[in-house]
Design a binder for this molecule. Sequence first.
Ligand code: FES
Length: 139
Amino acid sequence: MDSSPAHQATPPVSDRETRATIIVCVSCRDASGSDAHPRAGEKLAEDTRRAAAGAPVEIRTVECLGNCKRRLSASILSDGAWSYVFGDLAEDCGADLVAGARLLSGADDGLMPWRGRPDSLKRGLVARIPPPAILKDRP
Ligand code: FES
């Protein structure tokens, strides 16, 4: 998890920008599996846009994040930082996603801090993906 020693050994990413992007899957269905529109994912995207008003966070949407079995899904990206994929979100998790995006874009080490991270982004963590520039196995 995020508090592992390997995590702490990640070198700082110094040339990052402070803006983050949240990508919400608008195709995700609610627990009923209904195809009705608006889909639960669309509602989450709208809730996220509302929560992001005035914040340095861009909201984008996608048709599928390949995380369908974990229900409502979204990802958070920030230049030079690790990217995060979340599932098991709720339609009203927009503020949580924005809080996570701001935590990530403000992190000196390019990692979303565990402390202060909304519970939905702790429970719903699916994967984190490093920015290629920090990988140590490059030739
Ligand atoms: S439909 Fe949302 S992750 Fe696949």
